[in-house]
Design a protein around this ligand. Structure first.
Ligand SMILES: *Cc1c(COP(=O)(O)O)cnc(C)c1O
Length: 397
């Protein structure tokens, strides 16, 4: 009998007890709205912003309703509006082109390399096409940020980082989200901290921070923030900036603060699992492991490998054989979007031109989530199943 994995690829860990206690305290006093504070009280949301800013070394931080909202707000706050073009990587998920569409802008997509990062050569040829690059650190793969920033700085292109998969990660010693003008994070259940929904945005630029705070729906209560620029930064902007409600509430912030304090130890646990998977599938015939740059301090909350030059039928065969044994793999080559996964050419509202290099890579790209409810033994078992099924399909003529 071949081994079968019984765990769930979508089951995250429970909310920690200290976070539950903090949430209950907020519910007991009833002041869930971030600006509903008793005399001299500082809201959970303001404290979360202060703590997250400190953790990544940012001057300013804003907590919002979702990661996608954080990205759209960042785009607006750097001045992107209707008809503007925004560079972005082709390998990402739907909320990224969605955020560009939300502000009425148009994506200009950049190819992906076989390391699953933005193709800097292709980017270099497209830098004259837009004033902003929305860089998505998709599945936690971080490109050479020194080279990317040098290119963008020289071209006067503002960088916004989508760190939905890199909260807790770094390039060299700089936290992910701190190279560009703005870093955006998601606090959604499947990311690195879990508030159900939620987002964070960080920047050192007082005008961007003030605009983002006003956009998120601060009314004239921006003095109740802790990680915000001085009142002078709002003076003119408060009359010019629309209120596009998307605040975070104190219940979510209360759940997130203890989780943020535990982030580094969670990252270590993710990476143990990632390295177990990586080691377990090494030297499997037909399977290419995605190389990681030693400067990249990633969070192994998902795992990818490539089945290069494989036919669709054979990739399908691997996926269905693994599925029968309880291992749910996602494929970025599928013609039709399914589940959370979609390919750039399925964003038909965006009028996108074909990217042949990305097509070739995505055609062989297999992806899986690594929830922390998986034990190290689970990861060894999953790797054995992948190894066996990939090998046997590969060896069929
Ligand atoms: C999840 C995700 C987002 C957006 O996060 P939400 O909080 O779900 O809006 C953005 N980019 C990527 C790559 C994501 O996976």
């Amino acid at each position: 009998m071949s081994e079968v994995f019984k765990g769930s690829f979508t089951q995250q860990e429970p909310i920690p007890e200290d976070a539950i206690a903090a949430a209950v305290a907020v519910m007991r006093h009833g002041r869930l709205h971030r600006y509903n504070t008793a005399d001299a009280e500082v809201s959970e949301t303001a404290l979360l912003e202060q703590e997250f800013a400190a953790s990544v070394g940012a001057k300013y931080c804003l907590a919002v309703a979702s990661g996608g909202y954080a990205i759209a707000t960042a785009l607006r706050a750097v001045g992107i509006g209707h008809g503007d073009r925004v560079l972005s990587n082709a390998f990402t998920l739907a909320p990224v082109p969605g955020a560009i569409a939300a502000v009425g802008a148009v994506p200009v997509l950049v190819e992906v390399t076989d390391k699953l990062v933005i193709d800097l050569d292709d980017l270099a040829t497209k830098l004259d096409k837009a004033k902003v690059l929305l860089l998505s650190h998709m599945r936690g793969h971080i490109c050479d940020m020194d080279a990317l920033m040098a290119l963008c700085d020289a071209a006067g292109v503002t960088v916004i980082e989508d760190c939905a998969h890199t909260m807790g990660a770094a390039w060299r010693s700089t936290p992910s989200g701190r190279h560009g003008a703005v870093g955006c994070y998601s606090c959604q259940t499947y990311k690195h901290v879990n508030a159900g929904e939620g987002g964070l945005l960080v920047t050192d630029d007082p005008a961007i921070a003030a605009r983002a705070i006003l956009l998120s729906g601060s009314y004239m209560l921006f003095d109740r923030h802790l990680a915000s620029p001085p009142a002078a930064a709002f003076e003119k902007l408060k009359y010019e900036t629309p209120n596009i409600s998307g605040r975070m509430d104190n219940l979510r912030a209360a759940i997130l603060r203890p989780q943020l304090r535990a982030l580094d130890s969670q990252v270590a646990r993710w990476n143990q699992r990632y390295h177990t998977l990586e080691k377990g599938v090494q030297h499997t015939p037909g399977l290419t492991i995605v190389e990681r740059n030693p400067n990249e301090h990633f969070v192994g909350s998902s795992f990818q490998f490539l089945l290069r030059q494989w036919t669709t039928a054979k990739v399908d065969d691997v996926l269905s054989r693994c599925k029968k044994r309880g291992v749910e793999l996602k494929w970025f080559g599928a013609a039709v979007p399914s589940g959370y996964t979609s390919r750039y050419d399925s964003w038909r509202y965006a009028d996108i031109t074909a990217l042949p290099k990305s097509d070739q890579i995505l055609a062989g790209l297999v992806d899986m989530r690594v929830p922390l409810t998986f034990s190290i033994d689970d990861c060894s078992l999953i790797a054995r199943i992948i190894r066996e099924e990939v090998s046997s399909v590969f060896q069929q003529s």
